[in-house]
Design a protein around this ligand. Structure first.
Ligand SMILES: [Mn+2]
Length: 436
């Protein structure tokens, strides 16, 4: 689907009114240095426009036609020498589907005229105070202008985000191709990392080897910061320090995904740095792998999206009894969520342009939404036994395991997009040893 088709579909869903979608703001790191800029996924989804200081305005003319304006940074030779090339007003029309484009500096002057004929405004407030204030000022001036007609003080405000999320949750053919490519590149890089990680290396060296493979296969950036967590660091779910020196007895948990055409993979593997699981590590890994496989089986069209988590909870609970962490009947332990201290996160999340992609998990009545073909998600159960956890047998302390794959819901079931990287114990050990 083209960007223009997506925009039309969204406007048909929203109905008559004016859509305003501002670009994400740049964020300053220090002095005149910014953090790497990545446009908001909503703006990329609807227009592909990748640069900061921009704003999309659109409204529906009919079920088949709409108008789309882009306000962008205008070309400026001097600034471009310092800051890089700008797409500019002409580029926005030529390459990004705008019917008209204007310098961003003209937006607030032009907005009253754009809004004058509209009774509804589709715009998300609360993200940028400065933007909200300026919008309120426009409302005031419009109310002044129209006071003879006793109008409302401002147009009806509607947040377009839920409608955009409803579109984004079902991936079209081009989106699926991008996700497949991101997963394929990421899987190959994970396998490479398994082969090169050796005792004595620092976590960030494994990160460098992994990300070199992301880049050399055509991914320009990561979908999120790589988590390279050895030993007890695996028990920190979003660990990104990545600077510990690894030893032969450690497990290494690697959670990383390459971004391709603005779509990201999200893969986790856990393996023994020395090439062989210890008996305790193996026992924990087996439980997580069984939970992951049980959860995968629940991904089918028509099944509720919380079914994978329920399956994983069941297998993890049984496993915790076998590992000597929990005592009692699995059924009762499930009901009291006794697994929670060691399996504290969900089993899956939507995947797409954002690693934790948009899309509802429950409907208005609080019931889980059902899987539909074209949805993409991850399945990622884990078990984490912190080194200081006195409640678990000694040999388990300091072990953290997570196994995560990327899935696409198909008409008949699902497809695992990340299956190129091994997860069976024997295959993982073989991959580790094949690098030496
Ligand atoms: Mn994930």
């Amino acid at each position: 689907m083209s960007h223009s088709d997506r925009l039309q579909k969204l406007l048909n869903k929203l109905g008559d009114g004016l859509l305003l979608l501002p670009a994400t703001k740049e964020s300053l790191r220090n002095g005149d240095v910014h953090h790497e800029y990545r446009a908001s996924s909503d703006l990329l989804y609807l227009s592909g426009f990748p640069q900061p200081e921009a704003l999309l305005v659109a409204w529906r003319l009919s079920n088949k036609t709409h108008r789309c304006l882009l306000f962008v940074q205008p070309s400026n030779r001097e600034r471009e020498i310092w800051e890089g090339r700008r797409i500019g007003v002409r580029g926005a029309v030529r390459d990004y589907g705008a019917d008209e484009a204007y310098p961003i500096t003209e937006f607030w002057q032009r907005l009253p005229d754009l809004l004058a004929a509209q009774t509804r405004l589709f715009c998300t407030l609360g993200c940028d105070e400065d933007f909200d204030q300026r919008l309120f000022r426009v409302f005031r001036s419009l109310a002044q202008r129209n006071r003879r007609r006793a109008p409302a003080a401002h147009p009806e405000l509607i947040d377009p985000k839920p409608a955009i999320a409803e579109l984004r949750i079902i991936k079209d053919a081009a989106e699926i191709a991008a996700l497949e490519s991101a997963a394929r590149i990421s899987a190959a890089a994970h396998l490479h990392a398994m082969q090169v990680a050796k005792p004595g290396m620092n976590e960030y060296q494994v990160q460098a080897a992994l990300e070199e493979r992301f880049r050399s296969q055509g991914s320009v950036r990561n979908g999120y910061p790589s988590i390279v967590a050895s030993g007890n660091n695996a028990c920190i779910l979003h660990y990104t320090e990545n600077r510990r020196k690894m030893s032969a007895k450690d497990l290494l948990l690697l959670d990383a995904g390459a971004e391709v055409d603005h779509y990201t993979a999200d893969i986790t593997r856990t393996w023994p740095v020395g090439g062989q699981f210890s008996p305790a590590q193996r026992a924990v890994y087996r439980v997580v792998l069984a939970a992951q496989k049980a959860a995968l089986r629940m991904v089918q069209p028509g099944k509720p999206c919380n079914a994978p988590h329920r399956s994983a909870q069941r297998v993890i609970t049984k496993g915790l009894v076998e590992l000597g962490v929990l005592k009692g009947k699995p059924q009762a332990l499930m009901a009291s969520h006794a697994y929670k201290p060691w399996f504290m996160h969900g089993t899956s999340h939507w995947l797409g342009m954002d690693v934790h992609d948009v899309g509802a998990y429950e409907d208005e009545r609080g019931r889980p939404v059902n899987f539909r073909p074209g949805m993409a998600l991850t399945i990622e159960p884990g078990l984490y036994f912190d080194a200081r956890d006195q409640a678990v047998p000694k040999e388990l302390r300091g072990i953290g395991v997570r196994i995560e794959d990327d899935l696409l819901v198909t008409r008949t079931g699902h497809r695992v997009l990340s299956s190129d990287v091994p997860k069976e114990i024997r295959e993982v050990e073989a991959a580790c040893l094949s690098g030496s």
